[in-house]
Write a protein that binds this ligand. Sequence first.
Ligand code: AHR
Length: 647
Amino acid sequence: MIRFPRGYKIVLAIVIIWCVVLIIVQAQTPSSTLTIDLSKPGHAISAMLYNGMLLEEIGHGIDGGFYAQLIRNGSFEDDNTLDAWSLVKAGYSNGVISGFSTIYMTTKTGQRGGETGQLNSNQRHCLKLEISAVNVGSVGIANSGYWGIRLDNNTTYKVSFFAKKDPDFKGTLTVKLESNSGTVYAASAPFNPTTNWQKFTCDLTTSNILSVTGDNRFVIYGSSIGTLYFDMVSLMPPTYKNRPNGLRLDMAEMQAALQPKLIRFPGGCDAEHSSIDLGWNWKKAIGPIEQRPGEMSQRWGYRNSQQFGLDDLFQMCEDWGAEPIYCTTMSMSEGFGAAPMDQLHPFVQDVLDLIEYANGDARTTRWGKQRAVNGHSAPYNLKYIEVGNENGFQEGYHERYAVFYDAIKQAYPNMNVIINDTLNGQKADMIDEHIYGTQSELFQFSTRYDNYDRKGPEITIGELSDKESETEVGDLKCAIGEAVFFTGCERNSDIVISTAYGTLSGNLNAISWYPNLYYNNSVSCFAIPSYYMIKMFVENTGDVVLPYVLNGPLYVAPSMINSNEGVIIKVVNPTGHTLNTAIKLKGAKKNINKNGTAITLTSRSDTDENSIDYPTKVVPSTSKFTAGNSFNYSFPANSVTVLRLGY
Ligand code: AHR
């Protein structure tokens, strides 16, 4: 048996207490120091530094994303004519649906003539319903929406569709909103179709919906046997700012909270096409929706219905209080070559017409008049045109860019023209840079502008995200990478005037790009941690930068609020441990108030992310802390913190 000397318990207790004290003292000893000089405020910070946005269709960012439309493939022009449509029948009723294509008449000389049968020459398909029996109930065509249709109780939905019949149909049409198992929540009065195409509209107000789900369908029932044709079917829920062809409420409100000030559209890649007849074409995205054929993105191969059209995009900017950046096609598309130099004219004329449509006088200019006819007599006041998207990868960009620049400036000297590559001898008002990279690459990018040529044009970061892989949803680690990059943008915000996340949203049922700032299904949406980080930066931008000296593995962006009302210190701790930091504010004219506010975005692991089921797993929290001219602050592991201090 071991014998311990007398008094060993006392010695042991002293050793343990000593160790605990040592650990506590060590934990409190600052491992980093940050000194901020309030007496030497630097340059002003661009008021739209964090308020940019790219809106493009990729991954159903618009159709099935921001656009509130609930009917998918309402024009029957998707790859598969009957996508999202099915036959509904009860009892001994029967029928068949088919996609009915354009039938072309051929003239005597063999030229393609007018089309027969379709709603108009821009619609190549409609849906044909042949009802063969209605012994019990009715037969109808059902749309399942963008992988579900969200219906809310006691809510009014606006319906419109075009229909015609063959003479054999003697009955009426009824529209219903119902569950997938047939419980009816709203039904229209009967409509009487004729043998000519006719537009039908109604408002449907739901009742008896006990819980909000996406397990619903939109159905148009026919009451008798016979043949019917349908096209351009639309179901609109209440929208953001009650726009008739507007934005989905939940997503638009989340985006509004980011206070967007600069919105770039239609792409991204959707602006890239090598022929004027391919891809996004604004002239086919204005006027009556039933006249819009939609487009296929050349580079990504997805369809954009263009039902949320050019005027809706400009209106969206107005509603959010943002400036539009129109990114024009300029004859080049990565992987698809470029139109020859001597065939640039249609592309150049197209953007000149676009500017006239956006800004031209509603009485005296051709396209300004057209804008007024389309419902917006006041100009949109477009100030920014970007010439192409990411075309620096291709040879021949700069010589083509020069043609656009000269033509735009000659007609509109005040228009800001944006180049999407280095100047390479060209003139530009702004350069659009796209920053995609892993977290460690974004750390490196954060110093990119420290030694940038101050004589050159300002930088707008048109697309930015921490892209860890091709399938990364976007976790806390991504938000930290982007926040680190942002600290470099703020430090250099005399030249970097805006940033925009790329891309904005993806429908969870059809994603083609990661990460997205938002993900949605038919019922709800969530934002990734980057959204909350951007919101923290937007709400705490500050007015002028402050010089600082930092020792430690943190990234910081201190700024002052004008008229010395206070100081904002944004701090990113990308390490896996808490960093206790001694912060000193020197040169303050008055004593800093002891009551500080901290807003912190962190989580147990940097791989934590939000999801449809846990949409707020990683969100910021606000707390109070003891501030002053000198104070210690412990920045949690893997965190983004905003400290607000006042006098
Ligand atoms: O944001 C997705 C795509 O990424 C954009 O369309 C393109 O500009 C970039 O390559």
